[in-house]
Design a protein around this ligand. Structure first.
Ligand code: E4P
Length: 218
């Protein structure tokens, strides 16, 4: 299972890479808007740190402009994956990019049928937004299960990125379901390390070892 970091923050990305856990990065216009950097420069910077797929999103909705933006983003670095929204024009763009060998990540996927359309258009990745579905009383992870089943039924090569991850349970469920990727906010990635029994167990080992050493010195 691959872990992507869901951020445009270069410090978080550097830290994640130092942990040895980051296989790629996803960004979106909201994440980029939180940063001071120039968009294209930040994408290149991320590609130099990560050495894996880096999703950069188009910021238009019509076919021609999305296609032109996508080609320009793809030319920034070989690791760029162009994020395209799940719309009619978006899937036309994915179709063209796929024939040109440009990798794509179809974003804002909220139904299994949308994922099927993206796969048929030739998307490299689909991103079901599980947290946003949970927010409106739907079951985000159920959607992931359906997409995995459909892709497996037909042997689609499109990879499933579990996106809009809010907590460690999303990551655990994604792993149990065999999702290809979870794209994880940095704070959630750090939470994956935690267990209170690890903390108390370590504290006990340390204090017992100190007692043992004191005894040895007597
Ligand atoms: C990733 O590709 C998505 O853009 C991101 O996970 C969305 O997350 P959010 O619902 O927390 O904004």
């Amino acid at each position: 299972m691959k872990f992507f970091l869901d951020t445009a923050n270069i410090e978080q990305i550097r830290n994640g890479v130092h942990l040895g856990l980051v296989d790629g990065v996803t960004t979106n216009p909201t994440l980029v808007s939180k940063e001071e950097a120039v968009f294209e420069e930040r994408i290149v910077e991320i590609c130099q740190v990560v050495r894996g797929p880096v999703s950069a999103e188009v910021v238009a909705t019509d076919f021609e402009t999305m296609l032109s933006q996508a080609r320009s983003l793809a030319s920034l670095n070989e690791h760029v994956v162009v994020k395209i929204p799940m719309t009619v024009d978006g899937m036309r763009v994915v179709n063209v990019l796929s024939s040109e060998g440009v990798k794509t990540n179809v974003t804002l996927v909220f139904s299994a049928l949308q994922a099927l359309l993206a796969a048929k258009a030739g998307a490299s990745y689909v991103s079901p937004f599980v947290g946003r579905l949970d927010d409106v009383g739907n079951d985000g992870m159920q959607l992931v299960q359906e997409i995995i089943e459909i892709f497996s039924n037909y042997g689609f090569a499109t990879e499933v990125i579990v996106a809009s991850v809010r907590h460690p349970m999303h990551v655990l469920q994604a792993a149990l379901m065999g999702a290809d990727v979870a794209t994880i906010p940095y704070d959630v990635l750090l939470k994956l390390f935690n267990h209170p029994l690890t903390d108390s167990g370590l504290k006990r080992f340390m204090s017992d070892w100190q007692m043992y050493e004191r005894k040895q010195q007597q």
